[in-house]
Each structure stands twice: as C-alpha cells, then as structure tokens.
Design a binder for this molecule. Sequence first.
Ligand code: SF4
Length: 281
Amino acid sequence: YKGIKPVWCPGCGDYAILNALVQVLARNRVDPSKLAIVSGIGCSGRFPAFVKSYGFHGVHGRVLPVATGLKLARPDLTVLAVGGDGDGLAIGMGHLPHAVRRNVDLTYLLFDNHIYGLTKGQPSPTTEVGHKTHASPFGVAEYPLNPLALALIAGATFVGRGFSSHTKHLADLIEQAIRHRGFSFVQIMTPCVTFNDMYKVWKEQAYEIGPDHDTSDFQAALHLATAAEGLPIGIFYQAEKPTYLDRLIAGVKESERLKEARRYDDEADAAGLDKLLERLQ
Ligand code: SF4
C-alpha cells in the first residue's frame, strides 16, 4: 500500500477490495517491481494510485488490450486488470471475449456495482431492470448482462465471484485467481453506496459456494452462474489450457522445425539423397 488516501465515497465497496488485494500482496511478499496494475476509467480507475506496483491508468474500456500488450511484452510481470461494469461491459465489451479466448495469463477484476458511479449514476449494462436513475426516470428498460455467463461461454479458464463485504473470502479468491495460469475473470460485487446501494440486498443473498461444487464441471458452473436465486460467491470454474504465449512460442518453434526440414529437402534435391545421407551419417 502506497499510503495515499483513496477519495472514494465513505462506505464504497472499493475500499474493501483495496484492503483484500493489499492483504494478498503483503502475505505473499509480492515484489512491487514484479507487479503491474492496469485500470480503465471509473471509480475503480484510481486503483493503481494506491498500490505499490507499476500502474497504468488507461482510457475508457481499454483495460484488456493494454493489459494483454503489457503481459506479452513483459511475461515476467504479474498483471492485474481492474475496471468497472460500465468500463468493461459497455464500451469495453468487445475486448472481453477476445481476451478470454486468447487465455492471456492475467487477472481481470471486474468491480461490479451495477451503475456508472464516477459520472454520477447512469445505468450500466448490469443495472437491474426497472431501476430508476436521473438518466432513466421511468426505470431501466433493458435486462442486465450476466458477466460470469459471458466469461464462461467465451472460454475463460478461471471464473469466480467475490463480494467486497466478505473481505477475507475475497482476498483468498483474488489470490487463487492470480495463481491461476491463464485468463482469470473475477466479478466483484461492490456496492456504490451513493448511486445504487445494493449492500443490504447482496448481503442477504450472498453465500459461499460449498465444497460439493466441482469447479472442473463447465455445465455446473454455468448453472450456478445463471441461478435465479441467491448470490453464490467463490470459484465457479477452473481449467488448465495453454496460454496465448505458450501457443505463440509453440507456433514459432514449429515454424522453425518446418523451415529446417525444408532446408534438408532442398539440399536433398540439389545434391542427391545419397550424398545427404552420407553427410548426415
Ligand atoms: Fe464508490 Fe459510488 Fe462513490 Fe464511486 S460514486 S466512489 S462507486 S460510492
């Protein structure tokens, strides 16, 4: 923690997320020079200012392309991408499925408060239908997106949900997401107490996913993510798959191997097979 005082509204869930992340970094003695936090625009965008690490406060909705480029250029860094539901699921939505299907080894923390907080309370892609704001005086007419189901369908290899109010549980979840090799998607329910205070509702609904849930079972994960009742928190799904970088390296190696094989073919054509065999012996 850098010691800079956050400027979020008193009671905002983002304080607890910061607390959870700092706990994880401290207990794992993470070297700040080996960590980079990339953020978008929104109340969550201030995050890199508070944590001792490299930080990049990007433009609206572009958290994932920046984080992807950073991870490919510096694979030795642990890269965390943070952004809100407006940033990631509206203007930045096109990037999510592509970052997910590439399986870049980074962790994306989606701060979901079901509203645009920084711009003072417009409905976001996860705002409840019927919710009234100054920008939707007759109630929101669209049905909300389900970020977990989207991440699962796109092929994320780690999908989880935390709640800012369950800080210890959230810290453990973030730690497991960071440890996961591949793209980790964590939706964090974080109440915007000023413009859409869901604290009491989520507090009542939240329950920890039990040990009987098989995190390797995709259908069970999707079922849980689309459950009409309650707010399950924990790991929904986890799978092992080569990362984007693994596949790029494998592709380059394969191309080198083919080039080498072609070179022998060409030599064989030019010098005759017998001569080449003699040389190889
Ligand atoms: Fe938090 Fe909402 Fe205030 Fe932003 S506007 S700091 S999300 S409470």
